[in-house]
Design a protein around this ligand. Structure first.
Ligand SMILES: *[C@@H]1O[C@H](CO)[C@@H](O)[C@H](O)[C@H]1NC(C)=O
Ligand SMILES: *[C@@H]1O[C@H](CO)[C@@H](O)[C@H](O)[C@H]1NC(C)=O
Ligand SMILES: *[C@@H]1O[C@H](CO)[C@@H](O)[C@H](O)[C@H]1NC(C)=O
Ligand SMILES: *[C@@H]1O[C@H](CO)[C@@H](O)[C@H](O)[C@H]1NC(C)=O
Length: 359
């Protein structure tokens, strides 16, 4: 016997079958975004890049140190003009490219290099001017995931390998703007006074141990999973935006031990910002005295929402704001600031020469 077509079973079945489809469309609105994981091939690509850097650097290191006393070698490399590598990490257009064009406008290529890591899953406008052909082989990135650490290590390694004259590595995002001229920044980093006294350069990286949320962040990958490599006493937090010396960049590239832990996926994504912990924790464990513990990139955390800092919009942008953002509690000025909304560009361009690049 055939059941009548109007059986209540059919609509029920249809409803049941369509549930997974409905869930598929609605779930992203209710669940936190799924974390992308780092695939083995991606991991191997990075390792082979890192091995090249380590091989090159150790070859050069032994040559340097068998022939020249350290001080003389450092001075002679200064005479050859060391460079700053600007590492742009982005997942959108570089909104302030025109400001950066002016920042680099009168600077010889002998003083800097640019490298861009852009999420290949996002379509960005063609890169022009100083940014043309500066894209490095990039992989997918996602907020609150170790993919940001990978991207930063990839930038460091690519820059180290590309040019042995890269002596400092400054991480910049598409929301960052410069607060001073290139020359001001360059003379600050390559301080001839330090050099003549044969003092080693320091990295400018924020390293804090007094954050109220630190315990949650330490356990964001599961309870005790960071042990034995990273004890809670060693765990640090700091701004993602660093300026590292070549020596510290190499430490980062050589690291396997901490990466094994920091690459673990976050179970609690709301307390997990791996890129704000990996670099400060590692450098604090390995060479704390050669780190400023301060960042050079100003950010405003007042009234932050969902882990995002205050974003500046055009009504707030003024010469006074630039002067205020430069002021720091340390002995030196801030060099960069974030986050600015893209529509601040015109106002910033109007005060580029008269205010921002005046020194
Ligand atoms: C380091 O080694 C590479 C490859 O051997 C070479 O091209 C480069 O000039 C060397 N750099 C220094 C600073 O000696
Ligand atoms: C670059 O040089 C030009 C011409 O000398 C000058 O007008 C301009 O202010 C300089 N720009 C910067 C950013 O230093
Ligand atoms: C920081 O952001 C708050 C709003 O969240 C604003 O009132 C304040 O002026 C900002 N501070 C600076 C120095 O820009
Ligand atoms: C300087 O320190 C004071 C006191 O801790 C703090 O209120 C202020 O926000 C700090 N200023 C900057 C620019 O970080």
């Amino acid at each position: 016997m055939v059941s009548p077509p109007s059986s209540p079973l059919i609509p029920t079945l249809i409803l049941l079958l369509s549930l997974p489809i409905l869930f598929f469309f609605l779930a992203p609105r209710f669940l936190p975004p799924r974390q992308i994981s780092i695939s083995l091939p991606d991991e191997l690509d990075d390792l082979s890049l890192f091995h090249k850097v380590i091989a090159m650097d150790s070859a050069n290191f032994s040559r340097r140190h068998t022939r020249l006393p350290a001080a003389k070698s450092r001075l002679s490399s200064t005479l050859r003009r060391p460079k700053i590598a600007f590492l742009f990490l982005t997942n959108s257009d570089i909104h302030f490219a025109p400001i950066w064009e002016r920042f680099f406008a009168n600077v010889t290529r002998k003083q800097y290099n640019i490298y861009i890591h852009a999420d290949p899953f996002v379509k960005i406008s063609p890169l022009t001017g100083v940014f043309k052909d500066k894209l490095i082989p990039s992989k997918r990135t996602q907020r609150s995931s170790p993919t940001l650490i990978s991207a930063e290590r990839r930038l460091l390694a690519t820059a180290m390998l590309d040019d042995p004259s890269n002596a400092f590595f400054a991480l910049i995002s598409q929301h960052c703007i410069p607060l001073h001229s290139f020359n001001y920044f360059y003379n600050f980093l390559f301080d001839l006074g330090r050099l003549s006294r044969d003092l080693e350069f320091s990295s400018y990286i924020e390293i804090l141990d007094n954050e109220p949320t630190l315990w949650d962040r330490y356990n964001a990958r599961g309870n005790n999973v960071m042990l034995p490599e990273v004890h809670f006493d060693d765990f640090r937090v700091g701004s993602q935006f660093f300026v590292l010396t070549r020596k510290h960049a190499l430490m980062v590239i050589k690291d396997r031990k901490l990466w094994r832990k920091f690459k673990l996926p976050c179970l609690n994504v709301h307390s997990c910002y791996p890129e704000e912990h990996y670099f400060p924790t590692m450098l604090s464990m390995q060479d704390p005295n050669r780190c400023s513990h301060y960042t050079l990139t100003r950010v405003n955390w007042t009234e932050s929402v969902d882990g995002h800092p205050h974003t500046y919009y055009p009504p707030e942008v003024s010469p006074e704001l630039i002067h205020t953002l430069r002021e720091s509690n340390s002995s030196y000025s801030y060099m960069f600031a974030r986050k600015f909304s893209p529509d601040c560009l015109n106002l910033l361009m109007q005060m580029a020469e008269s205010i921002i690049f005046k020194d």
